[in-house]
Structures are given as structure tokens and as C-alpha cells.
Design a protein around this ligand. Structure first.
Ligand code: ATP
Length: 412
């Protein structure tokens, strides 16, 4: 009969509550632990008793069964207890990195919680890949620290094999060796049982490709095999660098389902970077927006989209109107609009109306077709507004009345 090895831990010095592990069911300790994670688990135990609980689900191979047992543990110690509050899953603290006299990352700090879906967004060259690599030990920072589950993530130059145990990083430039069958490539990397590996292949939608040779695959298929190869290494944290670039809509849609299932079915926490709002907004719990190596805003997708801190953030996430206080004065008849301020308005918060009250008058200069809607460029005085409409009868040159939902307007 296996004993609960944590039964004799002392009360937590931080929250002065009794050892929460003393009464954990034995199945937790008899579960699917591999020796590496068990070792790190033990060292955590020595230094940070409070961190242990959050690590329990993380030691070893994850599959639905272990995910289910974790869920029942969470019910025993709900997130509002101090045990969960004491440790971030990932903590990036004042990271800076310089290359050739220029900062590619400057004083970057953020946290990610377990199961939180985090996206790093930003224009090309803003530092997204550099930050992700440092977050999982595949890159090297000049200063600052990264902690993963309470343990320091060593930089790529501080270890023999870069990459923090328990993390997996899918590069934009992944490689699959030629002239191998897919199943051969996967079997070399597999740390799971056959059953759990099969689940990963199902999640990655590659079960039907296992007998193929690697030169008989499309780019999207190769990418999903590269993902599966990392996932059968049993990571707790999966970082995907621009996973949607170079994919058509059909393969993008497959990949979106795969990434959703990696979180939902395999219970692996994911971070990805992208600059496409269509990829970011529906999936993310939290978005970090980067520019010139710095985080310029972080928050929920809705906050980032509707309340950007500046024009750069607003522009990254879709079409917008930004009117000076003088231009905004022409919209004074729209109820609720604040005067004397620069106003940021998304096209869908303006509409073309047949009404004559509470409107601003203009003329349609241009119509852009997007399938389910048009964006009409409407000339109003000396400036133009982008107004979203589904009116298929609208023509360039038509005189129109524009109104808006001032509750959604944002003042910069
Ligand atoms: N090995 C390197 N040597 C020199 N400069 C580099 C190196 N790696 C990155 N950089 C520079 O650091 C900056 C950030 O690059 P990074 O790849 O992190 O940006 P990114 O936001 O991921 O870009 P993208 O979206 O194009 O992939 C860029 O200006 C890039 O040119």
C-alpha cells in the first residue's frame, strides 16, 4: 500500500492553513508520474510546500483520466483558497534582451495562470518570438527572470539542452526528417502509453497519416505531426509560434479545433503568438500586445478590441475610425457622444440609417465587400468614416445618414 508522501508536510507559513495534502487521495500519488517530473515535484516540495498542489496534476503523463482526477481535486480545494493564489503557472519578470545595441525586449513582465489561454500579439519584429522562446528556456534573456510552476527557467546558454522540462515550443520553422514514416518519427519521441499517444494523434487529427512517409504530407499535415511529436513528450505548457501563418482557411479551421482540444481534452496550457485578430480574439483569455520589445497593453480580448490604449493597438485588431476632437464635433447629433475628445470608433458601432434624427449626413465614397458585410467609406465634411453595413442595395455616390452606438465609442 503506497503512503501519501506529503502527509507530514508542515502548515503553510504563508497562509497558516493546515497541510492540504495530508488528506489527498492515494490515487494522486499512485498515478502516472515519470521520474523527471517526480524529481522536480520533490524539490518543489522541499522549498515551496504551497506550490505542490498546483503541481500535482502536472507530474507526469496527462490524459483524460488524470485530467478528471485533477478536476476532482480542484473541487476539494477550490481556486479561491490561498493554495492556488500563491503561485503563477508562468511568471515573467522584468525580462530584457539587447541585440546589436537595440532592445528586442525591454522590461517585459506578465503572468499566465494554468489553463489560461494567452496570446502574444504585435506587429512583425515586435519581439513575440523572442519573448516566447525566453519564456520556455529556448532563448536567453540578458536580465530578468522566468519562473515556471515556481521553478526558475534557465536560459538556453545556461544548460546543455535548451528548453525547460515540462514545456514544448513549436517553432514557425519546425522540421520533420525526410524519408521516415510518420509513426517512426513519433515513436522516437513518445513518452506516453500507446493509449494516451493515440489520444494525442486523434486530437491532432493525424491518426490517418501514421503510415505515410514525411514527404507525402501537406504543410498543414506536417505541422500537426510536429505538434503531436511535441505533445507525446508530455508537456504541461505548449507554446506555439505563429501557428496559423501560411495556412488556408480550411487548414486553419482544423488547427483551431486542434489547439482548442489540446487545452480541453489533453489539459495542456497553451500560449501562442499571432498578429491576426481572427485567430486571437475568439480563442484567447488574455492578450499581450507588444511593440518594439515592450508590452503596450494586456487584457481580455474584449478590452483590447474595444478599449485600446492607443491607435497601434486599435489598428492591430481591425478596422477603425479615429477622429480628432474637431472632426468628432461633426458627430455631435449622435446621442451620448462626448465632446472635445479624440474618439475611436469601430465600423460596426456606426450604421447607415433611414432615420433623419440623431444622424450625420455623408456620401458613400467606396464600398469594400467582405462576404457577410460591406465596409462603406462615407465622406463627412473634410474626413471620412468607415461604416459597416449589410445593405446590398447601397451604391457608391449615395447620400446617407449615419448614426452610432455612442456607448461603444472609446476616447483616446
Ligand atoms: N538572432 C537575431 N539576430 C539579430 N536580430 C534578431 C535576432 N532574432 C530576432 N532579432 C530581431 O529582434 C526583433 C524581434 O524579433 P522577433 O522574431 O522576436 O519578432 P516577432 O514579433 O516574433 O516577429 P515576426 O512576427 O516577424 O515573427 C526583430 O527586430 C528582429 O529583427
Amino acid at each position: 500500500m503506497q503512503q501519501n508522501p506529503y502527509a507530514s508536510l508542515p502548515p503553510s507559513p504563508l497562509c497558516m492553513q493546515p497541510n492540504p495534502y495530508a488528506s489527498l487521495p492515494l490515487c494522486v500519488f499512485a498515478g502516472k508520474k515519470n521520474s523527471a517530473s517526480f524529481a522536480s515535484f520533490s524539490s518543489l516540495r522541499a522549498t515551496k510546500p504551497l506550490c505542490l498542489f498546483a503541481s500535482l496534476r502536472l507530474c507526469g503523463k496527462k490524459n483524460s483520466a488524470s485530467f478528471a482526477s485533477f478536476s476532482s481535486l480542484r473541487a476539494t480545494f477550490p481556486p479561491e483558497t490561498p493554495y492556488f493564489a500563491t503561485m503563477n503557472f508562468l511568471e515573467v519578470d522584468h525580462i530584457s534582451k539587447e541585440l546589436n545595441g537595440t532592445y528586442i525586449l525591454k522590461d517585459v513582465s506578465f503572468t499566465q495562470q494554468q489553463f489560461e489561454k494567452l496570446v502574444i500579439a504585435g506587429e512583425t519584429g515586435s519581439g513575440k518570438s523572442s519573448l516566447m522562446k525566453i519564456a520556455c528556456g529556448m532563448g536567453q534573456a540578458d536580465s530578468g527572470t522566468v519562473m515556471f510552476e515556481g521553478a526558475k527557467v534557465k536560459g538556453a546558454l545556461e544548460v546543455l539542452i535548451p528548453g525547460h522540462p515540462g514545456t514544448a515550443y513549436l517553432s514557425q520553422h519546425f522540421e520533420l526528417r525526410n524519408n521516415y514514416r510518420v509513426e517512426e518519427i513519433l515513436s522516437y519521441a513518445n513518452k506516453l502509453t500507446d493509449e494516451s499517444a493515440a489520444e494525442v494523434y486523434e486530437v491532432c487529427r493525424i491518426s490517418h497519416l501514421l503510415k505515410r512517409k514525411t514527404d507525402q504530407l501537406s504543410g498543414g499535415e506536417k505541422q500537426r505531426i510536429a505538434m503531436a511529436r511535441l505533445l507525446i513528450g508530455a508537456p504541461k505548457f505548449f507554446l506555439l509560434d505563429e501557428p496559423y501563418s501560411n495556412l488556408d482557411m480550411i487548414h486553419k479551421s482544423i488547427l483551431k479545433n486542434v489547439i482548442q482540444d489540446i487545452g480541453d481534452k489533453l489539459g495542456i496550457t497553451c500560449m501562442l503568438c499571432s498578429h491576426d485578430p481572427q485567430d486571437i480574439l475568439p480563442w484567447a483569455d488574455k492578450v499581450l500586445v507588444m511593440k518594439d520589445g515592450q508590452i503596450v497593453q494586456q487584457g481580455s480580448p474584449a478590452v483590447i478590441y474595444n478599449q485600446p490604449v492607443n491607435e497601434y493597438v486599435g489598428g492591430l485588431f481591425g478596422a477603425y475610425n479615429l477622429l480628432s476632437a474637431e472632426q468628432a464635433a461633426l458627430l455631435k447629433d449622435i446621442p451620448g457622444i462626448e465632446s472635445g475628445k479624440r474618439v475611436f470608433i469601430r465600423p460596426e458601432d456606426l450604421s447607415i440609417t433611414k432615420g433623419r434624427k440623431d444622424v450625420v449626413k455623408g456620401k458613400v465614397k467606396e464600398l469594400s465587400y467582405f462576404g457577410s458585410y460591406y465596409d462603406a467609406t462615407v465622406q463627412v465634411g473634410e474626413f471620412s468614416l468607415i461604416v459597416r453595413t449589410t445593405d446590398t442595395a447601397l451604391k457608391v455616390g449615395a447620400s446617407v445618414n449615419v448614426t452610432g452606438n455612442a456607448e461603444k465609442f472609446w476616447y483616446l
